[in-house]
Design a protein around this ligand. Structure first.
Ligand SMILES: Cc1cc2nc3c(=O)[nH]c(=O)nc-3n(C[C@H](O)[C@H](O)[C@H](O)COP(=O)(O)OP(=O)(O)OC[C@H]3O[C@@H](n4cnc5c(N)ncnc54)[C@H](O)[C@@H]3O)c2cc1C
Length: 500
């Protein structure tokens, strides 16, 4: 009889681990504190609108990249309608000059050369690196720990043509790279591609994925996508316990033996996997007893992705000609919290997904990053009236900004919704309200933290607190890797059972 595996957390990593383990005959159960699957890969209904929180681009959405093969093991990707955007974003300066960051690299190069001819050399360098990365398919079908010497050598051989680009651009942050451009608008556009600290390599890879139509948006949104995987998991016999918080991981003689739920119930299992927040797993559920010095140093030294104030508006008109991803200058600073003041605003106009708003109407969102998560948590805890008022102030300021920018907005707003770092922590338990786990930087590199802990058997970790840099494909692969490690330990040939 196959072993019983208890999985903490039903986000992408937990769903992936559970689904692959079910394919391999294990008896798994997922314990999720929310009433829905998906973790941060989520959307929710507000009146006639669906607020989509997560997926901007899904690496592996198209068959030109190997991540597509991995997603296709879990769900039938050909049944998902994908939108491949023509542009990554449009960026505007205070004078109204607009730069389109096209996803087609030829178009991108032409646009950049036209708008910033003084940066010809740097533009060519950037686009050349993106083109080179188009041919790169990251190895993702086996955890490195399981690869034999022959396979490791083959992997190295495959990566050889890319080592120059990978080495050079993984060592420079996006913000530092942007400083090499003379044109102020282009410099601003590059600086804002993603997190300023993230290696420029990541942004180049994203352009490469988008160019080859492998990083599109799945119509229906984040929850729709997550639910498909949750359905597959249940179809394979997995059991999902919603609304169930795990408090402790039970340990006897250096072995994980089960979990203790918030209501005190103790459940026994042969193996425990935590696909939940890394900090609470290590420091609360395991009482800090199994942290190696290497782990402790990593936790003390490295930065997480920031938290978010996320504003959603449902507006009763169309915005068909507005860029779907738009960064523009504000005429006056927008204070989000005492540490976060914006001079530019990024908005997402969800005019590409008709399922999120009634016909002729539009969902507009703004994902505003903040590191001041404690302010929001304390405000929610100590002064609920002011907390609500602050959320309302932020929504109202966004409406005023959009009214100034586009006109004909204020009177047509039908829905407002604001989530804060306090919401994220309450909803997902992610440390510091981080939206994507560990921040990828030139210092961290594309490292993976170990999925096992010293001195603790029958226990594994996966998700964006193990896969540094986070993201849906990384969370999915880390769940798959854990399933493979477990199969290897149990002497079971890892099998894939593709969906019909
Ligand atoms: C706004 C936003 C935009 C993003 N955009 C993209 C994008 O465009 N492309 C992309 O690839 N990635 C994107 N990401 C990142 C990506 O969604 C995440 O990195 C990935 O989904 C993480 O999955 P996970 O399973 O590791 O973690 P999570 O999704 O955090 O899942 C962990 C789960 O564990 C549960 N849990 C925690 N503690 C307990 C407990 N004690 N008991 C029971 N359950 C518990 C939580 O409720 C949660 O469901 C975005 C994220 C956000 C928030």
């Amino acid at each position: 009889m196959h072993k019983k595996i208890l999985i903490i957390g039903g986000g992408m990593a937990g769903l992936s681990a559970g689904t692959y383990l079910q394919m391999n005959g294990f008896d798994t159960e997922i314990f999720e504190l929310n009433q829905v699957p998906g973790g941060v890969c989520t959307s929710w209904k507000r009146g006639d609108y669906t607020v989509d929180w997560c997926i901007h681009w899904l690496v592996g959405s198209g068959s030109s990249d190997s991540f597509y093969d991995r997603w296709s093991e879990l769900i039938n990707m050909s049944q998902i309608e994908i939108v491949d955007h023509e542009e990554y974003a449009a960026v505007e300066d205070a004078a109204g000059n607009l730069l389109h960051l096209y996803t087609n690299l030829d178009r991108l190069e032409a646009e950049l050369l036209e708008k910033a001819p003084e940066d010809e050399k740097k533009i060519s360098e950037f686009v050349r690196a993106c083109r080179k990365l188009c041919d790169l398919n990251l190895p993702n079908d086996q955890p490195f720990e399981l690869a034999n010497l022959w396979r490791k050598m083959r992997l190295m051989w495959k990566m050889l043509p890319y080592l120059g680009v990978l080495g050079k651009y993984s060592r420079i942050s996006t913000i530092d790279y942007s400083k090499g451009f003379k044109n102020p608008l282009l410099r601003k556009a590059v600086a804002n591609l993603f997190e300023p600290e993230i290696p420029i390599l990541f942004c180049m890879m994203t352009f490469a994925w988008m160019h080859k139509k492998a990083a599109g948006y799945p119509v229906g949104g984040s929850m729709h996508f997550a639910r498909r995987i949750a359905d597959r998991y249940e179809h394979l016999g997995g059991v999902f316990h919603y609304g169930t918080r795990v408090e402790k991981i039970e340990v006897e003689a250096g072995c994980a033996t089960g979990i203790r739920l918030a209501d005190g119930a103790i459940l026994r299992g042969d193996i425990v996997i935590s696909a939940a927040d890394g900090h609470s797993t290590l420091y609360d559920m395991l009482d800090g007893k199994f942290i190696s010095p290497k782990f402790e140093e990593f936790y003390n030294r490295n930065e997480t992705f920031p938290s978010l104030v996320f504003v959603a508006l449902g507006v009763g008109r169309s915005f068909h000609a507005t860029p779907h991803s738009y960064l523009f200058h504000l005429s006056s600073p927008f204070e989000i919290d005492p540490q976060t003041v914006l001079n530019d605003l990024y908005i997402r106009v969800h005019n590409f997904d008709p399922t999120l708003a009634p016909y002729g109407k539009t969902l507009i969102t703004s994902m505003i990053e903040t590191r001041n998560w404690e302010y929001w948590v304390n405000l929610q805890k100590n002064d609920l009236v002011r907390y609500a008022a602050e959320k309302q102030r932020i929504a109202q300021t966004l409406i005023d900004i959009l009214e100034d920018k586009f006109g004909n907005v204020r009177d047509l707003v039908e829905m407002t919704d604001v989530t804060t770092p306090a919401t994220i922590i309450g909803f997902t338990n992610n440390w510091k309200g981080s939206f994507e786990g560990w921040l990828l930087t030139p210092e961290t590199g594309f490292t993976q933290l170990p999925s096992t802990l010293p001195g603790l058997d029958n226990f594994y970790m996966c998700g964006h607190w193990v896969a540094v840099g986070g993201g849906l494909p990384a969370a999915m692969i880390s769940g798959r890797n854990v399933a493979q490690l477990i199969c290897a330990k149990e002497n079971i040939q890892f099998e894939i059972c593709e969906p019909v």
